[in-house]
Design a protein around this ligand. Structure first.
Ligand code: PEP
Ligand code: MG
Length: 593
């Protein structure tokens, strides 16, 4: 048999191997079946019955999942119940039946296509992927049009799930049964529900494989390498053995990381540091805490907007922020105000196409231009601050005037809440992101105005080095260890220390163990990152002496290139602390810094 390898996006690390299972897909009809006027009421009844059955299914599955895997995974079904209860959805199908006099199947099929086209037209990847939630609900209703057809197929054997697209509820259900060892899908990416769920349940997954369903047949032996984003179909015994060894190594590594998550966050010479999580959904908080996060260093609030079809209300904002604040309590939670614009577009906000979005109306610039929208968000953040563990963080600031304008607005919003008798934390800390070189140069002045800083190295490096790292021909120039970048970051951290104020790094640089040691040497104590990288960074920081890191960076700063710096630091660290870098599949799949 030929061995076939396919590359996709590794969204949940680890290795899984086993027999492929390809679930049958529900195919919406392409036949427009007409009915008579007398049959319209019958079709409406069929539709309503299917909606009722779907509601009952969703409630049942939700309970089931909650019992088996905990509350955080049941949230998908709350979202689905909300979609099902959305009057616009069902009434749209009803009017198609009534006005076009067609069978419910056709009306559902048409509605599904309409939503698919709508979601696909959105530029934002995350938002585009939400189409599967609506599709999921409509598929269930479709199945339920015929009594007895709503039943899920339930494979009784361990398997690798291979499918075109996995509806979120299907993913939750299948994963909860613990029979799915790994997942390989044609569709999907890092931010799809399946990805989030697979990560939180530690099931290796590779998505976005494009035509895996055509390459794999039921019963084929499949290896899913979620760390390297690859799947291998029908490998010969030698390759199986190779991956079995990789799997064991990964699992041993995982056990080591889990142990690390519970250990104290102190360096070898007793200096305390704080690992924190960058999150995009409140549901990520429990996993982040279990991986050792001591708070949320960055909540990217734009995801609240990206998840909805309409603009979120104040209460919807409030619910999300409260959930995060509750989940992370007593640790602090840093809510970043809307950072839309740049590469993160949002069709509903009608942002005009800009010739150069990275240099355009993004972050706080957008919010200050849209104060009505900004007030709603600020009211909700304040209302969620009653537990006194919420901080507010403003993105893309480039001048002192923006901070002043923000603070004026914030004070007005506070005054409104006081007038309305609504409680909030009167001492809520305000911080700014340092992600534009101008902000880095003005750190001392900014610090007179704010309580803390968070250095967003993702943007700071791209603006400082004039390199878009997603642009292939120049991406090799994107170097976090570039001496100019290091000088800049050091100056920011120095200014914060002088002012006696907190500074964190929340860009991906903080997730790289080597870079984290350099930052420790510069005096950084708060490292915020994608939670899955916390254990390896914690392990690295626990293995070094901060005094040694300080001495190493002092020497390092005399070097003139990123390559020399990297070589020098690795050598110096390894001489003193040979076990500092846990080499394992997760670190290989980590962010490239
Ligand atoms: C950053 O720029 O480093 C950052 C953390 O913000 P984002 O990645 O959301 O732009
Ligand atoms: Mg940024």
């Amino acid at each position: 048999m030929d061995i076939v390898r396919l590359r996709g996006t590794g969204v949940s690390p680890g290795i899984a191997m086993g027999e492929a299972l390809l679930p049958r897909r529900v195919v919406f009809t392409s036949r427009k079946e007409a009915i008579s006027a007398a049959q319209v009421e019958d079709e409406m009844r069929r539709l309503r019955r299917a909606v009722d059955r779907t509601r009952a299914d969703l409630v049942r599955i939700k309970e089931n999942i909650r019992e088996k895997t905990g509350r955080e995974n049941a949230f998908i079904f709350d979202a689905h119940l909300m979609i099902l209860e959305d009057p616009a959805l069902v009434s749209g199908i009803e009017s198609a039946i009534r006005e076009e006099m067609v069978r419910a199947e056709w009306a559902l099929s048409k509605t599904n296509t309409r939503y698919e086209q709508l979601f696909e037209s959105f530029a934002d990847d995350y938002f585009r992927q939400r189409k599967s939630d609506v599709s999921d609900v409509l598929t269930r209703v479709y199945r339920n049009l015929e009594a007895g057809r709503g039943k899920e197929e339930s494979p009784a054997r361990l398997h690798i799930l291979v499918a075109h697209e996995l509806l979120p509820s299907e993913a939750a259900l299948r994963l909860s049964k613990k029979l799915t060892l790994g997942i390989a899908l044609d569709m999907g990416g890092q931010t799809s529900h399946t990805a989030i769920l697979a990560r939180s349940l530690s099931v290796p997954a590779v998505l976005g494989l494009r035509d895996v369903t055509r390459s794999v047949r039921e019963g084929d032996f499949v290896i899913v390498d979620g760390s390297d984003g690859e799947i291998i179909i029908n490998p010969p015994p030698a390759v199986r053995r190779e991956y079995q060894a990789k799997k064991e190594k990964y699992e041993a590594y995982g056990r080591e990381l889990k142990k690390t998550a519970k250990l104290k966050s102190v360096t070898l010479d007793g200096v305390r540091f704080t690992p924190m999580a960058n999150i995009e959904l409140p549901e990520e908080v429990p996993m982040a805490v279990s991986l050792g996060a001591e708070g949320v260093g960055l909540f990217r609030s734009e995801f609240i907007y990206l998840q909805r079809e309409t603009l979120p209300s104040e209460d919807e904002h409030f619910e999300v922020y409260s959930k995060i604040a509750r989940g992370a309590h007593p640790h602090p939670v840093t809510i970043r105000t809307l950072d839309i614009g740049g590469e993160k577009s949002l069709p509903r906000l009608n942002i005009e196409k800009e010739p150069n979005p990275a240099l355009g109306l993004r972050g706080v610039r957008f919010s200050l231009r849209n104060k009505g929208l900004f007030r709603i968000q600020l009211r909700a953040i304040l209302r969620a601050s009653e537990r006194k563990n919420v901080r507010v963080l403003v993105p893309m600031v480039t001048e002192v005037e923006e901070i002043a304008e923000f603070k004026d607005l914030f004070e007005e919003v506070k005054a409104d809440l006081r007038r309305e008798g609504k409680g909030f934390d009167e001492t809520i800390p305000v911080g700014v992101m340092i992600e534009v070189p101008a902000a880095a140069a003005l750190t001392d002045l900014f610090l007179k105005e704010v309580d803390f800083l968070s250095i967003g190295t993702n943007d700071l490096i791209q603006y400082f080095l004039a390199v878009d790292r997603s642009n292939e021909p120049v991406s090799y120039l994107y170097k976090p260890l570039h001496p100019a970048v290091l000088r800049l970051i050091r100056s920011v951290l120095l200014a914060a220390r002088k002012a006696g104020k907190d500074a964190a790094v929340c860009g991906e640089m903080a997730a790289d163990p080597l870079a984290a040691i350099v930052l420790l040497g510069f005096g950084l104590r708060t490292f915020s990152m994608n939670p899955i990288f916390i254990p390896r960074v914690k392990k690295a920081l626990r293995s070094v002496e901060s005094k040694a890191a300080e001495r190493i960076v002092e020497e390092m700063m005399k070097l003139g290139s990123a390559r020399e710096i990297e070589e020098y630091v690795i050598e110096e660290i390894l001489v003193r602390h040979p076990d500092v870098f846990l080499t394992g599949p997760v670190s290989e799949a980590g962010p490239k810094t």
